[in-house]
Design a protein around this ligand. Structure first.
Ligand code: NAP
Length: 584
């Protein structure tokens, strides 16, 4: 008769599953700081389905996902699961682990009790029609991140996983090392190898953003293994040696350049020229590091908003920018001319499927992947590890926490297949990376995207709009338009054709852009039709103000032409809205 509960570190006899287990739990009434949200509790050991496996966890990897789970934002993972029919009122996180198989469901064939395994975090329903037809599980609506979107992750004595998540543990790694790499390495593998003809090949050049970070350190090694050359982007020279020991040919300090950020408007000649100068010197630096005039065939992206414009620009003709996150922001601006004329690909990528995770793991088994582990924590320190991440004070590299393993450094049972140099991680304690969002966050649906941006108190557009339209004709000169703006103290003039239809708007920004590269006289003599922003966003006078605001914010516009029976009758501007929602 087995014990009902084993103490932490007291390993139950192989295959014996106690009724209860120790675990770190997050509950809704204590959402907040990780040091308070995570509490030790004893819960029932989960039962398993026919395609599932119960693994005795030796060590667990730490990822940002469970900082968000602890905070309860942007998603309350417990409420989301309850809504989906799961009864548990708690969350056991943990999306990376190493451990020993203790129980298998009746349909499981790939692992048996006693196997030492690592687990990838991709779960999906084997009954999904798409998956049954052979579709990539990453596109299945049933896809979930284990230990974030699902319960019973690795922060407990036992974790419940699907058999397809289990992969052999590299014998030369100890428990904590083998728990550290899977999530980031499998993600990097799909990014580099998962995109058909654009995938990385021997002889390619790869530009790797965040080369000393979790994903980047894996990407450098994956690129090296295929015989590609990589250039690592970092924020300081203290990280050069680390990236080069991992296999990068050279590094670039991103702080040597200042053209990052969203693209200037293409009509902004001066701003665009400045950006072009910056990005060209960045491109020249890549050549210098490579020692030849070659552009990266693959750009490995995750900073997003601040770097995508440059990544697209420097990418080789026919090459690919592959992106799995937007750590600096989601509004990635792309100069489409470079995208279409040079036929580049901007490819989104998310985690990895079973096959890709196993291909990655093969590299680890062959001793060709350093887990880049920086710090291991004891079981007691699990909330602290998350708190450090929350406060951006965690060390560089991948972190683990001991669960069943009683001491650091246990679990390695063989020599590395090839001699491995463990490069020393850069020292700096404080991360500059903005807090990344969790790996899976439900995206707003179209309906939610139209959600109200101001409280809907029944106010209609007609209650707030300015009656009458101050307009010009398409053939009025910019000088005339400027005079109207100044005399009437308005920010934009509607351009109306001879049928009385609004065909565009000349805004103050359009006037400034028109002046660029021209003398005042030249600018004044241009026509409204040449400088206006064509098209005119309209709304009906009876539209709810909240709907009109959504229209404005979604399109980043400052004003709408208000119509009644199809005829322009007034203008609603953002100034009117601000006046209403903040007060005069
Ligand atoms: P990480 O270990 O914190 O590394 C991120 C790196 O980005 C840092 O090392 C930093 O390097 C660099 N960085 C920070 N600010 C930057 C900026 N403004 N411009 C350029 N580079 C900047 O994080 P990670 O584990 O590699 O993860 C990176 C992102 O991918 C996160 O948002 C994470 O949530 C996401 N992710 C997504 C998936 C997925 O499946 N979709 C999977 C794993 C991770 P330097 O300061 O040295 O430049």
């Amino acid at each position: 008769m087995s014990k009902q509960l084993y103490e932490l570190g007291e390993k139950p006899p192989l295959g014996e599953v106690p009724e209860k287990m120790h675990a770190w739990l997050v509950r809704q009434d204590r959402f907040g700081k990780p040091t308070e949200a995570f509490q030790k509790e004893v819960v029932n050991t989960p039962s398993i389905a026919d395609d599932e496996v119960l693994v005795y966890v030796m060590a667990a990897g730490i990822n940002y996902n469970n900082v968000w789970a602890a905070l309860g934002i942007p998603v309350n993972v417990i409420a989301a699961r309850n809504k989906g029919g799961e009864p548990e009122d708690f969350h056991i996180g943990g999306s990376d682990a190493s451990g020993i198989v203790y129980k298998v469901g009746k349909d499981v064939t790939n692992v048996k009790v006693g196997d030492e395994v690592v687990m990838h975090c991709g779960q999906y329903s084997r009954n999904c029609e798409w998956v049954k037809k052979g579709g990539d599980p990453m596109y299945s609506p049933s896809f979930k991140i284990w230990g974030y979107e699902t319960n019973y992750g690795s922060f407990a004595q036992f974790t419940r996983v699907q058999a397809q998540q289990c992969m052999p543990k590299p014998k030369h790694m100890n428990w904590e090392e083998s728990a550290a790499y899977t999530l980031v390495a499998a993600t990097a593998w799909r990014m580099l190898h998962g995109w058909g003809a654009s995938s990385i090949k021997k002889g390619d050049v790869a530009l790797i953003w965040g080369g000393a970070g979790g994903l980047g350190s894996m990407a450098i090694q994956i690129a090296k293994a295929v015989g590609a050359t990589s250039v690592a982007m970092v924020s300081g020279e203290d990280k050069f040696d680390y990236c080069m020991k991992l296999g990068a040919k050279g590094c670039i300090n991103r702080n040597d350049f200042d053209h990052w950020g969203m693209l200037p408007h293409w009509k902004d000649g001066a701003g665009y020229a400045k950006w072009l100068k910056g990005v060209r010197s960045f491109g020249a630096k890549i050549w210098e590091v490579l020692g030849e005039k070659r552009a990266p065939n693959i750009v490995f992206e995750h900073p997003g908003e601040s770097t995508i414009p440059s990544s697209i620009f420097v990418c080789e003709t026919g090459g690919m920018v592959v992106v799995c996150a937007g750590t600096t922001g989601y509004n990635a601006t792309v100069d489409l001319r470079y995208l279409w004329m040079r036929q580049k690909r901007l490819q989104g990528s998310h985690f990895a499927n079973t096959e890709q995770a196993n291909q990655m793991n093969e590299l680890a088994l062959r001793g060709l992947l350093d887990p880049c582990m920086s710090r291991v924590f004891t079981y007691e320190e699990l909330p602290l590890a998350h708190q450090l991440m929350h406060d951006n004070k965690h060390p560089h590299g991948n972190m683990s926490v001991l669960i069943g393993a009683t001491e650091f450094g246990l679990g390695a049972s063989g020599k590395p297949p090839v001699a491995m140099v463990h490069p020393t991680l850069p020292k700096g304690d404080v991360h500059t990376t903005p807090a990344p969002y969790p790996m899976s966050v439900p995206l707003p649906s179209i309906a939610e995207g139209e959600a109200l941006t101001v409280a809907d108190d029944g106010t209609k557009v007609r209650d707030l709009m300015h009656l009458g339209i101050i307009s010009c004709t398409p053939d009025d000169s910019v000088g005339t338009v400027a005079k109207i703006m100044v005399d009437k103290e308005i920010h934009a003039v509607v351009v109306m054709d001879d049928q009385g239809q609004a065909v565009g708007v000349v805004s103050q920004t359009d006037m400034v852009l028109a002046r660029q590269g021209r003398t005042p006289d030249q600018a004044r003599s241009m026509l409204a039709r040449e400088v206006m922003t064509p098209g005119c966003a309209t709304c009906d006078a009876d539209m709810l103000l909240s709907e009109a605001v959504s229209l404005l914010t979604a399109r980043r516009m400052h004003r709408l032409v208000v119509t009644e029976n199809g005829q322009p009758v007034g203008v609603l501007s953002m100034t009117d809205v601000v006046r209403k929602i903040i007060g005069e």
